[in-house]
Every structure is written in C-alpha cells, then in structure tokens.
Design a protein around this ligand. Structure first.
Ligand code: IMP
Ligand code: MG
Length: 181
C-alpha cells in the first residue's frame, strides 16, 4: 500500500537510549558475561548497537522465528526458522528484540529458551507497545514505550522494507485519489 514514513524517534534519541541501556546492563552484569540472543531479523540493528555499548564480555547468538499471521499482526503460532548455534545451559542470557507487541512471540520463545537451562534469562526490547499486550511477558529492559502505530526503522520492517532507516518512523498510509485507502 502506498505510504510514507514520519519520524517518531530520531537517530540521536535512539542512540542515546541504547547507551543508557548498555550502561545499565554493564552495571547489572558486573563480574559476569552476557550472552545476547538476537531475534532475527528485526533485532539485528538494536543488538549490534547495544553489544557495542556493553562493557562486560559479550557473546552473541541468533535465532529466527516466524509467527504465522498477516503482515501487521502475529497469530501466536510460532515456528523456529533458525535455531541457536550454541546451548544456553549455565549462561546469563538476554533475549534482544525489536518490539514487543501482543507479546505472543516472546512468551512462546521465552518458555522454550527457559527449558534449555540458562543461569538467567532476561528480555530486552527496543520498543514496547504495552496497550497491545495479550500475554503476560515481563520486559526487563525497555528502550521506549510507544503508541499503537505501525513502526519501522532500526530493524523494524513494513513488508521487508525500511529496516535500514537509522530512526524509528511511523507508517502513514496515503489516501488514493479515488478516495480508497
Ligand atoms: P507480537 O508477537 O505481537 O509481540 O509480535 C512481535 C513481532 O511482530 C515483532 O518482533 C515484530 O516483528 C512484529 N511487529 C509488531 N509490531 C510491529 C510494528 O509496529 N512494526 C513492525 N513490526 C512489528
Ligand atoms: Mg521481531
């Protein structure tokens, strides 16, 4: 659908907030190592920027899950497209996500990862849409609470586009000349 993108959070705002979260994680995990589990593809940009700002030793792994549903809504049925390369047993794990919306994807994922025996398991998300939550997901580190709009940039896509925008934008659908959206 024809649309344009309006800036919601500037690159400077996002970068500053990621630095704060990186500093917080570095304090919370002092004397330990953190194992970041990036949820592909949306979590990649945030994971890289966050990892650079954590001062304790960091290891990284990647996982890809697909949630059956339409382009803009998840169904809660989650399929593992790419599993982690490394076991989680005994590790201090932080799952890094782009956005928690209904929370369905994350509640499924966290339950599954918990069964793999990590020493600890936390969740860090760049964006949180609390109004939309339908499951009970505890978010340990949140970048920004955002309104119920469709957002893109910094890893988030609309139809696989706009992931590379260095800011968080809001998708605005343009009215067509015949009046149809
Ligand atoms: P949930 O299972 O409803 O929490 O959906 C989480 C996933 O839906 C995220 O990891 C995103 O991939 C996608 N998603 C939810 N809201 C948005 C949005 O505003 N823009 C882009 N993707 C979104
Ligand atoms: Mg995602």
């Amino acid at each position: 659908m024809k649309h344009h993108v309006e800036v919601l959070l500037t690159e400077e705002q996002v970068d500053a907030r990621i630095s704060e979260i990186g500093a917080q994680i570095s304090r919370d995990y002092e004397g330990k190592e953190v194992h970041l589990v990036c949820v592909l593809k949306g979590g990649t940009f945030f994971t890289c920027e966050l990892a650079k700002r954590i001062s304790v030793p960091v290891s990284l792994d990647f996982m890809s899950v697909s949630s059956y549903g339409s382009d803009t809504k998840s169904s809660g049925v989650v399929r593992i497209v790419k599993d982690l390369d490394e076991p989680l047993r005994g590790k201090d794990v932080i799952v890094v996500e782009d956005i928690v919306d209904s929370g369905r994807t994350l509640s499924y994922l966290l339950e599954m990862l918990k069964d793999r025996g990590p020493a600890s398991l936390k969740l860090c998300t760049l964006l949180d849409k609390p109004e939309r939550r339908v499951t009970d997901v505890k978010v340990d580190y949140t970048g920004f609470r955002v309104p119920d709009e469709f957002l893109v940039g910094y890893g988030l896509d609309y139809d696989q586009k706009h992931r590379n925008l260095p800011y968080i934008g809001k998708v605005v659908f343009d009215k067509q000349e015949d009046g149809k959206e």
